[in-house]
Design a binder for this molecule. Structure first.
Ligand code: 1DX
Length: 181
């Protein structure tokens, strides 16, 4: 993944726990890169190693960490660093979710090394929809829950995100997303 993602994870940990804890995590992960370059590609392995080591050092389930990271990504990384992109995504949570497929096409064109996930929506109602997610990567379902929760916070819309508990195979998932009327 682009260095941006690892850098965001580092920032989240450092803001909450300080530099020393990050150094512990980085060492435990066996990652000798001290500074990630945002627009450079890194092996996915590095991100997974860092997340796993963070889970061990912080004694928190990796799912909880990924979920928190999803919100952080939307509220800090994307909204502060790519505000135009996020503003163009829509004016409400519902609009933004319906625009996610477009947004990812655009992001994919901007950054050729990006392997963005595919999103689509079905069963679209006034206060709910079913979000389909298909990725080249495995194990990131909790990250996606956090991303949508972050969008809820961004639009000040209390959102409930429920992964549909059927097996869809690696890198594929569905979520029921609902918000109050
Ligand atoms: F709901 O892969 C809202 O590296 C959402 O399954 C979801 O393949 C907002 F400069 C700059 C750069 C850089 C900007 F080149 C990325 F470095 C991307 C900014 C997206 C804002 C996807 C990041 C693939 C890296 C992936 C979950 C899960 C998408 C992460 C969240 C807006 C982004 O993002 C999976 C990669 C950006 C950039 C946004 C993503 C890769 C998202 C969202 N994705 C790089």
């Amino acid at each position: 993944m682009y260095g941006m993602v690892n850098k965001a994870l580092q920032n989240m940990v450092v803001e909450a726990h300080g530099e020393q804890i990050w150094e512990q995590i980085r060492t435990r992960a066996g990652v000798d890169i001290e500074v990630f370059i945002s627009n450079e590609g890194y092996p996915d392995e590095i991100t997974y190693q860092l997340a796993g080591a963070a889970s061990e050092v912080l004694k928190a389930p990796v799912e909880d960490l990924l979920r928190a990271f999803g919100s952080y990504w939307v509220l800090k990384t994307a909204r502060q660093g790519y505000s135009e992109l996020m503003t163009a995504g829509g004016r409400t949570l519902r609009e933004f979710l319906l625009n996610l497929p477009n947004l990812h096409t655009r992001i994919g064109l901007m950054f050729p090394q990006l392997r963005p996930p595919e999103f689509s929506c079905s069963e679209v109602a006034e206060n709910s929809l079913r979000l389909h997610y298909r990725s080249t990567r495995d194990g990131l379902t909790p990250f996606v829950v956090g991303l949508v929760e972050g969008l809820g916070l961004m639009f000040e819309t209390p959102v409930v995100v429920t992964p549909v508990p059927e097996a869809h195979g690696p890198g594929r998932d569905e979520f029921l997303v609902s918000w109050p009327g």
